[in-house]
Write a protein that binds this ligand. Sequence first.
Ligand code: ZN
Length: 402
Amino acid sequence: MPNQKGLRQNNKAIVFQTIAKFGPISRKEIAEITNLSPALVTIITEELKKQSFILETGTANSTGGRPAVFLEIYPHAGYVIGINLGMTYISTLLMDFSLQPVHKLKIPTLPHEGKDAVINRIVEAIEKIIILAEVPREKVLAIGIGVPGLVDTKNGISKFSPNLGWYNVPIRDIVYQRVNIPVLIENDVRCATLGEKFFGAGKGVDNLVCMYVGTGIGAGIIIDGKLYKGVSEGAGEIGHTTILDDGPKCSCGNKGCLEAIASGPAIARRAKELIEKGRKSLIYDLVEGKLEKITGEIVSRAGWSGDPLALEILRDTGHYLGIGIANLINLFNPELLILGGGVMQAGELIMNSLRETLKERVFSMPAEAVKIVFAFLGNEAGMTGAAKLAMDFAYQSLGLII
Ligand SMILES: [Zn+2]
């Protein structure tokens, strides 16, 4: 049972989060929403004001009476930084205390230069964005980093990132020692999922799956408003579920994984194979006969020009993605499924057969009730979610979230 002090702390967090969610908001409205007494709300808001976590904004009363006083989060109370460590760019966002973006920065990752060089650039991005955003360094409360591959968030370790070539890299502590600001890490797909859940396509939805189809295929799962990660943070690896028993070999060592059939590289490989077998295609012209230059994006471009081979490959891709997504829906019964990643740029060329497959295979709910939308935030989802993660940590250390 929480003691008096604990209760007071809880109430403070409840009031703060109510202001964060609904502000500008009056004390009276806070009392109504939280079921706390107006007197207690006044005491707590005075305390929050004294700590400079919130501020008063007066709005003239239209009836000509006393101006009503509204409360909102003081944006300059503190800042956080969210980083997405992508294969091409290190995308960085500095966010204020009211969760508004202040500054964005993108610098090349250049992963082939090795781990130390990449970490140097992460540190450089942090130092640079603090200067560019013109905020006092001591007010930067936390940094969140989205890292591709398997992570151990508790110990801050990138356990295995095949694309980066990282194995057991204690990235949290390394960055912390360099910048002296608390650092948290999370898997990049989960960060992007948080970004879409709180700022994008999934706003206000508490049960959703966010699936990214690009170089790899992965999904972030939100159950009852919280990330579901599994016992060793391996949940959501939909890309490595088996779709074809005897299918093509996957980077994970298995055969017939969804990622080996429907990712960007898988689409490119399929096009190359079929052209080598003698199929005529616009794809051949687009790469000027250099088949190793085929990418998923080029197949997609040929598809939009009506190329029959490209259309066939994308239709098949949609079918296999549909099988994977039907599995997800049957397992989790989500309210919303968000689709993102480069391969989804093919839009309807993939979606038509994907929807057909869902109709055949979704059992847990009527196919027409399955709400599927495209991700809103694109490449910014990861850094936005990483910043949210950092802000939740900052709020927590200040007693402003339960
Ligand atoms: Zn696999």
